[in-house]
Write a protein that binds this ligand. Structure first.
Ligand code: UFG
Length: 328
């Protein structure tokens, strides 16, 4: 019962691989190494370098390793990039996923866990947002993921490929044992950017938009520790293996922090008062998005362990220090 992890050399995928290996699962990784790293995949885990859009390769891996479950992370993930270059997001996140799903159906894969996103909700009318809220993405990124959700539901109906769609809120932090973390050289995500500013890796940072309809004028997000997020995937796999039906669930904690609150936390935890500038709004940013996490807790039995912003920030800072040491 080998599990195929696509994007397993990337940030969240590499944490998933560790989580599966830790409990003795057989794992193989498919990753094109466009943003992932060969070193992020443990040596005993076979790594296939290629695209999820390569149907022939996907079929070969599924047959050779008798894949029964796929956890599909491989994707492009930067909201403003998707606004600038929508076609590459639709290719990578929608078309390539369709090809992988086709290979899964033909190869008799039973279970499929899909990395979706809170961006499918757009700017929700109220928070916390439940899974039944209308889906109105504000960016090609959100749309590209929502289309794959639709494909999965139709394919389940037609071919019985059971899925769990997990809609991630804002993933941050690093493996508490410091075996993995967010390693991309070009940081865009808030906590990583702020951690780099605190460590002097960048001169300072900007706050994108201070005129949002929130208490302090900056955007509110639900930041979830990457280890809690991958645990939700293990819970999802157990759910499907136990014969339970396909499901869509949010992955967030159910409470949000503003950009200024996050920056304040990074300053407090690091003890560094770095430079912060006010800047215009960034394209595609909703003002406020916070998860209702009831369904993940009740249907999947998900129990988060790191629901604490200073802990998330501490792990992000530790990982950033480790990366700096690796480079010097
Ligand atoms: N921000 C700044 N300065 C920075 C970086 C970010 O002010 O240097 C702000 C953004 O404008 C936004 C907030 O911090 O208001 C969070 O931005 P991130 O880039 O960290 O994350 P996003 O909310 O844009 O996106 C994340 C994931 C997506 C997911 C989305 C759901 O990357 O995959 O959350 O809301 F879809």
């Amino acid at each position: 019962m080998t599990v195929l992890v696509t994007g397993g050399a990337g940030y969240i995928g590499s944490h998933m691989v560790l989580e599966l290996v830790d409990v003795g699962e057989q794992v193989v990784v498919l990753d094109n190494l466009s943003t992932g790293f060969r070193w992020a995949v443990p040596q005993q885990v076979p790594l296939f370098v290629g695209d999820t859009g390569d149907g022939k390769l996907a079929a070969e891996i599924i047959a050779k390793h008798k894949i029964r479950a796929i956890v599909h992370f491989a994707a492009s993930i930067v909201v403003p990039d998707s606004v600038a270059d929508p076609l590459s997001y639709y290719r990578n996140n929608t078309t390539n996923s369709r090809t992988l799903i086709e290979a899964a159906v033909n190869g008799r894969v039973e279970h499929f866990i899909f990395s979706s996103t809170a961006a499918v909700y757009g700017n929700p009318a109220s928070v916390p947002v439940t899974e039944d809220a209308p889906t109105m993405p504000m960016s090609p990124y959100g749309s590209s993921k929502l289309m794959t959700e639709t494909i999965l539901r139709d394919v389940d109906h037609a071919h019985g490929l059971k899925h769990v769609i997990l809609r991630y809120f804002n993933v941050a932090g690093a493996d508490p044992k410091m075996r993995a973390g967010q390693s991309t050289p070009i940081a865009t995500h808030l906590i990583k950017v702020a951690a780099q500013a605190a460590l002097g890796i960048r001169p300072g940072m900007q706050v994108f938009g201070t005129d949002y309809p929130t208490a302090d004028g900056t955007c509110i997000r639900d930041y979830i520790h990457v280890s809690d997020l991958v645990r939700a995937h293990s819970d999802a796999l157990a759910h499907l293996r136990g014969g339970s039906p396909s499901l869509t669930a949010n992955c967030g904690y159910g409470h949000g922090f503003s950009v200024l609150q996050v920056i304040e936390t990074v300053k407090r935890v690091s003890g560094v008062d770095f430079t912060v500038e006010r800047a215009p709004r960034r394209a595609g940013d909703p003002a406020q998005i916070v998860a209702s996490s009831e369904r993940a807790r009740s249907a999947l039995g998900w129990r988060p362990r790191f629901d604490d912003l200073p802990t998330i920030v501490t792990h992000a800072l530790e990982w950033e220090k480790k990366l700096r040491e690796l480079k010097t």
